[in-house]
Design a protein around this ligand. Structure first.
Ligand code: NAP
Length: 244
């Protein structure tokens, strides 16, 4: 039922590990070639790319800090040079600096907004003109249940993810006629390095009785990438934690 992603080219930011790696692999299984972005963990990124090539798809690892304009420009240029174009952009790279209100600093706030929100703006601005020209594109922003709920990280993280959902709707409205859909996938409490310290305290309060997996988030991303009629939406993947 979903559109085939065969021969599509995807760029997944923060795909060296965690949810991003699961998304990169799932897109490859759905037929896409994948550019694997990472910040520091080159060996992990190369391992993701190797797993994708073992599936018979093209993959390369690309180092770039996606919160920095110059590095995003270089990343998109390099991917374009090696793969020809970018059809699917998954803005997944993110950080979760866990802070109580009394310890939250301006620097924490700025860093979080740069990495979680401005990065999505920079990557989207860099790729949408090509998508619009080819009249096909999928942009998928990895938000969080914290965009709408209390979350467990802090108010700065809530703000970054709520901003990402506003960005999603703003671009969706302006690109719908150009064959480009823009949606968000909002996970909560997925087992990754990011949530390592939170597992014991949180698993018990999730209605399905466990934390989620990166693969379960990736399934939602592939579904969104294969649907040309769905845009401006947020898909929650949260084990029943909340229903809004
Ligand atoms: P993770 O395991 O900590 O992985 C983070 C990834 O982002 C890594 O690949 C890291 O690269 C990359 N990254 C960080 N800063 C970057 C930057 N400035 N430029 C490029 N790449 C950067 O996190 P995760 O749990 O998979 O989370 C992935 C996304 O899902 C994040 O946006 C997060 O906010 C969101 N999310 C996660 C959960 C959850 O429960 N885990 C819930 C809701 C939303 P290196 O490996 O090179 O450091």
């Amino acid at each position: 039922m979903t559109e085939s992603l065969t021969a599509r080219v995807a760029l997944v930011t923060g795909a060296s590990r965690g949810i991003g790696r699961a998304i990169a692999l799932a897109l490859a299984r759905a037929g896409a070639d994948v550019a694997v972005n990472y910040l520091e963990r080159e060996a992990d990124a190369q391992a993701t790319a190797g797993q994708i090539r073992a599936l018979g798809r093209r993959a390369e690892a690309f180092q770039a800090d996606v919160s920095r304009t110059v590095e995003v420009a270089g990343l998109v240029e390099q991917v374009g040079h090696q793969f020809g174009r970018i059809d699917i952009l998954v803005n997944n790279a993110g950080i979760a600096l866990r802070r109580g209100l009394d310890e939250l600093t301006e620097d924490d706030f700025d860093r979080t907004l740069l990495v979680n929100l401005k990065s999505a703006f920079l990557c989207t601005q860099a790729v949408f003109p090509g998508m619009r020209e080819r009249a096909w594109g999928r942009i998928i922003n990895i938000s969080s249940g914290a965009a709408r709920g209390a979350g467990v990280v802090g108010a700065h993280y809530n703000a970054s993810k709520a901003g990402m959902e506003g960005l999603t709707r703003g671009y969706a409205a302006r690109l719908a006629r150009d064959g480009v859909t823009v949606n968000a996938v909002a996970p909560s409490l997925i087992e990754t390095d990011m949530t390592g310290p939170l597992r014991a305290e949180n698993a018990a309060r999730i209605p399905v009785g466990r934390m989620g997996t990166g693969d379960e988030v990736a399934m939602a991303v592939v579904m969104v990438a294969g649907n040309g009629y769905m845009t401006g939406q947020t898909v929650q993947v949260n084990g029943g934690l909340h229903f809004n």
